[in-house]
Design a protein around this ligand. Structure first.
Ligand code: FAQ
Length: 346
């Protein structure tokens, strides 16, 4: 919760502003004062909360990013869910089911965070289903073998954590707080993927080859998850100035590569990049060029599974209509009968 004087000023001004804005000089002065107070609060690392005044563009950027993030979580359930019925043991099946359920939960926290900005879930889902909002490029690739479940956990969840831990310090309170729990769960997801790949890597030659093949296919798309290079990233500069993003796309991508190289060695697997080597001077790993044509093509809808993912999402939404209707009818009935005020119903 924001406590410093600067932010209180923004709140007080915003409350005063509820009296009405009719375009007078006083209103213009008020807006400039709100902006100064908002900028000072962000500069002082205070949290912006739902009732605080915020620039329209800040609100729109948050809705865009949080919605894309929420959509990624629920579309991201599909590639792994594909393997639930074929998990090789009860233990693996239980772990995978828990992971996929966690992803649904992450979607719920994130849609709720977006709702605090005044945008309803129905509207966001409609934008997803009609292609007006994006989800992460990574979920447009197929899961061809069981080892892909391990590669997703190790690389995709690993990339997600690298990107999301800094979001726990995002300037918008509800998003930052949602990320704390999400990151804890992603950490478990990453470890289960690593452990799965380790078991395969140390298994039969066929299992080792399956693990290597999965890593070969998921490595480059995982690097693309961090978004376009900094000089092509339309939103980074403003999002970093607002402290929504704390690091640039390239910084986080580099951090991820540096984390993965020793982990791949421990796994006994090779990362599919002949240019990957330690750079003494930079104290980072150099890595080869990313195929950005592929990335933009996937974003345009031409990835291997775009069509399948969105068709399945729309079907799940349509088939779940009766649940939403029943839940709404139940809530309306109980609020009318006073259950909403704590009266227990039989
Ligand atoms: N895929 O200017 P920037 C997960 C778009 S969750 C698709 O750099 P920004 C958990 C971008 O929206 C994975 N689109 O954008 C899990 C923009 O288009 P727009 C999701 C992408 O926002 C694991 C345009 O390109 N995580 O994996 C991508 O500053 C396993 C220009 O880009 C998040 O969403 C992409 N990879 O930076 C679940 C984290 N990259 O909107 C299941 C939160 C960029 O103008 C299983 N998001 N674009 O039409 C972020 O941190 C940021 O939004 C970035 C992009 C870094 C993704």
């Amino acid at each position: 919760m924001a406590t410093a004087a600067t932010h209180q000023t923004a709140r007080t001004l915003a409350q005063d502003g509820q009296d009405g804005q009719d375009g007078t000089q006083a209103d213009v002065d008020d807006t400039a004062a709100y902006e100064r107070a908002f900028d000072a609060a962000v500069a002082a690392d205070e949290r912006v909360e739902p009732r605080d005044w915020m620039p329209d563009a800040y609100r729109a950027t948050l809705v865009r990013q949080i919605a894309q993030h929420a959509h990624s979580e629920i579309i991201g359930m599909q590639p792994e869910a594909n393997w639930i019925t074929r998990a090789p043991s009860l233990r693996r099946k239980a772990i995978l089911m828990a992971k996929v359920q966690d992803e649904a939960g992450h979607g719920l926290y994130l849609y709720s965070a977006a709702e605090t900005l005044g945008t309803g879930r129905e509207e966001l889902l409609d934008k997803l289903h009609t292609g007006r909002q994006k989800y992460s490029s990574i979920f447009n690739y197929p899961t061809l073998t069981w080892a892909d479940v391990g590669a997703i956990g190790w690389l995709v969840d690993g990339a997600a954590i690298t990107n999301q831990v800094p979001l726990c310090r995002c300037s918008y309170g509800p998003y930052a707080r949602a990320m704390v729990r999400i990151c804890k769960e992603e950490s478990f997801h990453q470890r289960q993927g690593y452990e799965l790949l380790l078991a395969l890597s140390r298994g039969t030659p066929e299992q080792h080859a399956m693990a290597q093949d999965a890593v070969d296919r998921w490595w480059w798309p995982s690097l693309m998850m961090f978004g376009p290079p900094d000089d092509e990233s339309a939103h980074s500069a403003q999002s970093m100035a607002w402290k929504i993003k704390r690091h640039s796309n390239d910084e986080l991508r580099q951090r991820f590569v540096d984390i993965c190289v020793p982990q791949a060695e421990s796994l006994g697997l090779t990362l599919p990049d002949p240019d990957l080597r330690w750079n003494e001077e930079r104290e980072h790993h150099d890595f080869g060029p990313i195929d950005w044509t592929e990335f933009w093509d996937v974003l345009k809808g031409n990835g291997p599974c775009n069509e399948q993912r969105i068709t399945q999402r729309r079907r799940a939404h349509d088939e779940g209509a009766w649940v939403r209707e029943a839940a709404s009818a139940y809530a309306a009935k109980h609020s009318a009968s006073g259950a909403g005020r704590g009266v227990e119903q039989a």
